[in-house]
Ligand binder design. Sequence first.
Ligand code: HEC
Ligand code: HEC
Ligand code: HEC
Ligand code: HEC
Ligand code: HEC
Ligand code: HEC
Ligand code: HEC
Length: 258
Amino acid sequence: MKPLAIWLALTFAIATAASLAVMYSKLGSSALQQSVSPGPLSPKHAYLSDKCTSCHEPTVGVTVAKCTTCHANSERLLGRQPTGFHASIEECSTCHIEHQPTNIRPVVMDHVELAKVGARTLARASRWDADSEGTLKSLETWLRIQAPGQFDAVTARDSLNCAGCHDRRDPHLKRFGSDCAQCHKLESWTVSGYQHPSAESKVCVQCHQPPPSHFMEHFSMISQKVAGKEHARVEECFECHNTTGWNDIANVGYYKHH
Ligand code: HEC
Ligand code: HEC
Ligand code: HEC
Ligand code: HEC
Ligand code: HEC
Ligand code: HEC
Ligand code: HEC
């Protein structure tokens, strides 16, 4: 490049940088308000359409602090097992996407992103400070890795402790252990190709736990009588139950005790 060309290019770069700086410093709330919104807000946030800065920090962008101003204290969210992780998460828009063309709920559960956000949160919280203790405690309940160095982006989902978020809905009542990922994928709880053993099976008890009532007087007073099997022992589920549903009693039909 000739010296003049270099000088021109430099001046242009400096001028551009300067005008950008002016633009950004002016991009206070009013500038942001006038900037073009990339799309409508989700229905429940629509009332914020004239308050862009409730989520956007001028010149910075969307910050977690903005979201938590309104959402830090949701007892339902923090108290329900699968969403309790909100107590220790420090990124939001990975799963809560705004400005979408359609009016859908802005919620996407992305387990792989969750694992990545978890590893980043762990890295930040591991640099000890007084606020980190709570975050680390909450991470322990659902993140399997204990140090950020253990995270592997390729096998991200392996760093999640599935049971920490899902064992309250474990229909196997812990009979199959706590490593849900051994049999389950992330999209749905159904296991493709799985075939339930035949109703002729005699080993139901290997996979199914009887309810507490079967170990009480209720069993001889009600269950055995209803099924017409006064001598069947508790572990002989197949004597009284069909595989259709637990209230479908063999040779009796639907029965529900109130
Ligand atoms: C309820 C919160 C919320 C409100 C209110 C909101 N936005 Fe956003 N906006 C977001 C989120 C979340 C993103 C995605 C940011 C990301 O990917 O981190 C975003 C992205 C954007 C982007 C793309 C660039 C960027 O920063 O990522 C623009 C431009 C934008 N918003 C403009 C607006 C304008 C203009 C308004 C007011 C009319 C507005 N927003 C109101 C949440 C909000
Ligand atoms: C000024 C307050 C405010 C801010 C800031 C805010 N929200 Fe909300 N948000 C609300 C209100 C109010 C609701 C509706 C609550 C309800 O119906 O119980 C809501 C609803 C939601 C919902 C449920 C949406 C649905 O359709 O079910 C999600 C998810 C959510 N907000 C996430 C976020 C995220 C992420 C941010 C930051 C980008 C954010 N919010 C910023 C006030 C806010
Ligand atoms: C890994 C994904 C993920 C991240 C990251 C995440 N959330 Fe959520 N969030 C969810 C899921 C999934 C739900 C449950 C939605 C449901 O019950 O259907 C939820 C629910 C919510 C709700 C309640 C929505 C309702 O039903 O009313 C709010 C509010 C919320 N999140 C705010 C936040 C905020 C604020 C952050 C950042 C501090 C955040 N979320 C980070 C996935 C995420
Ligand atoms: C930090 C909490 C957390 C961890 C850890 C976690 N999940 Fe989830 N999972 C969720 C949330 C939240 C949802 C959204 C549904 C809901 O709100 O109940 C979900 C949804 C699912 C669904 C879809 C359920 C449906 O009905 O659509 C499956 C399947 C699933 N998870 C399997 C797993 C497996 C397997 C693992 C371990 C590799 C795992 N999850 C780890 C929080 C978690
Ligand atoms: C040894 C394998 C195995 C393990 C481990 C396992 N499951 Fe399952 N689970 C299954 C099979 C097989 C089904 C039936 C799937 C079908 O019908 O498509 C199932 C079904 C389910 C269902 C759906 C039940 C229904 O009727 O809707 C849920 C929810 C579920 N499992 C949760 C869990 C959770 C949570 C864990 C970990 C605490 C777990 N599972 C561990 C094999 C397993
Ligand atoms: C002697 C017959 C008999 C045997 C053996 C038996 N059950 Fe039942 N079971 C019943 C009857 C009848 C009901 C419905 C009425 C009731 O509550 O007694 C029932 C109800 C149930 C329910 C539903 C409870 C509810 O609250 O809805 C489950 C689950 C169940 N049995 C599982 C099992 C399992 C697992 C086994 C084997 C380990 C087993 N049962 C053995 C007769 C039997
Ligand atoms: C090899 C393990 C295995 C054996 C043996 C087995 N089951 Fe199952 N059964 C499952 C799994 C996995 C599911 C799906 C998850 C769940 O709902 O517990 C299931 C589901 C069921 C359900 C549906 C429960 C619901 O709430 O929808 C019934 C009823 C049932 N089994 C009855 C039986 C009976 C009766 C026998 C013996 C004749 C039997 N099972 C033998 C693994 C087994």
